[in-house]
Design a protein around this ligand. Structure first.
Ligand code: NAD
Length: 321
């Protein structure tokens, strides 16, 4: 059932900074009743223009749903949270501020409301150390700008109920997002752990004089980036190697392991781990569909490169080679 056929849920967004504005625009466009709470008068006054810019970005990305939602501005969380199905805390990245907001939410939000924080780095178990207080709370970590990059990482605490996680995922799906639910809390969630691994190595390569900043950015922009825009590291490994994940692990695993060990990282590419990854890949893409997917990817990379070069106003792929 589409959101148009359901009673539109209320989403209360606390904070009209960049993240709050961007999420508000996305949920309103998807048809939700959005209440945006911003205590700072100047920020509240600037919010409609911020929303307009986010809506423009949504349209540019071809994501507009025109779901006929609504957006109302408030200076205080009450009474808005009284009707909430989902509260998204998008206040400053400050533990004490988030703790005060969540203490208030636990008192005033309806019992069925999901209470989520957009925090980049503070797990719910630090905001609410008592697991019994975490049942309807979790982290919903967006990617900037969330109006366009529609991934949301859901990071439950030890006390978050399974029902809270599934309801939160459902609401974000209805809002046009793809949720990825983490098995447990981990610093940096998934996105920043992957980004951190790349950045750590980038800094090391510059420090060692292997290349410079321009070299790193060029390798990413012209090499890894276009492929990763279409397929993640596991799919990329599989599509680049005849024989798939297992063949890739056998061929390149030892070299990657050596590189990791030289950096003090001792992850085993064990047979059990490779088997687990391969089994999960087969669920996403059965073996008999790999060749078709590889052909699709080749064409999509070509189209993406053409679009990138058009956007950059030059054929720098050939200039930099
Ligand atoms: N900016 C990013 O790239 C990014 C990405 C992912 C997650 N996040 C996280 O999202 C959250 C918001 O980020 P941002 O960049 O929009 O922050 P920001 O500091 O720009 O905006 C926070 C807003 O919250 C308001 N605020 C303060 N106290 C409040 C309260 N009690 N109730 C409601 N609003 C209140 C502030 O006036 C401000 O307008 C942070 O936790 C941040 O770590 C940010």
């Amino acid at each position: 059932m589409s959101l148009r056929e359901k009673t539109p849920p209320n989403v209360v967004i606390l904070g009209a900074g960049f993240i709050g504005l961007s999420l508000a625009a996305a949920f309103r466009d998807a048809g939700f009743i959005v209440d945006l709470v911003e205590p700072d008068m100047a920020r509240r006054a600037a919010a409609p223009e911020g929303i307009r810019l986010q809506e423009k970005a949504i349209a540019l990305a071809g994501l507009s749903r025109d779901g006929n939602g609504s957006l109302t501005y408030f200076g205080k969380a009450l009474p808005a949270v009284g009707h909430a199905a989902l509260v998204l805390e998008c206040g400053p990245e400050d533990l004490a501020v988030k703790q005060a907001i969540f203490a208030d939410l636990l008192r005033h939000a309806p019992p069925g409301a999901v209470l989520a924080t957009a925090s980049s780095a503070i797990p719910i178990s630090r905001i609410l150390p008592d697991p019994t207080a975490q049942a309807r709370c979790l982290v919903a970590h967006p990617v900037n700008p969330p109006a366009v990059l529609r991934l949301i990482e859901l990071a439950p605490g030890p006390g978050t109920s399974a029902q809270t996680v599934s309801r939160c995922a459902e609401l974000f799906r209805d809002g046009g997002f793809t949720p990825v639910t983490l098995g447990h809390e981990v610093e940096g969630f998934v996105l920043n752990r992957l980004q951190g691994a790349v950045l750590r190595e980038a800094y090391r390569l510059v420090e060692e004089g292997v290349t410079d900043v321009e070299g790193i950015d060029t390798v990413m922009r012209l090499g890894l980036g276009p492929r990763w825009a279409l397929s993640g590291p596991f799919e990329t490994a599989e599509l680049n190697t005849a024989g798939g994940i297992r063949a890739h692990a056998a061929r390149l695993g030892p070299a990657y392991k050596r590189m990791g060990e030289a950096r003090g990282e001792t992850v085993e590419w064990s047979d059990a781990l490779v088997t687990q990854v391969e089994a999960q890949r087969r669920v996403v893409c059965p073996a008999d569909q790999l060749a078709a997917r590889a052909a699709w990817r080749s064409e999509a990379v070509a189209r993406l490169v053409a679009l990138r070069d058009t956007l950059m106003g030059k054929r720098d792929g050939t200039n930099d080679a």
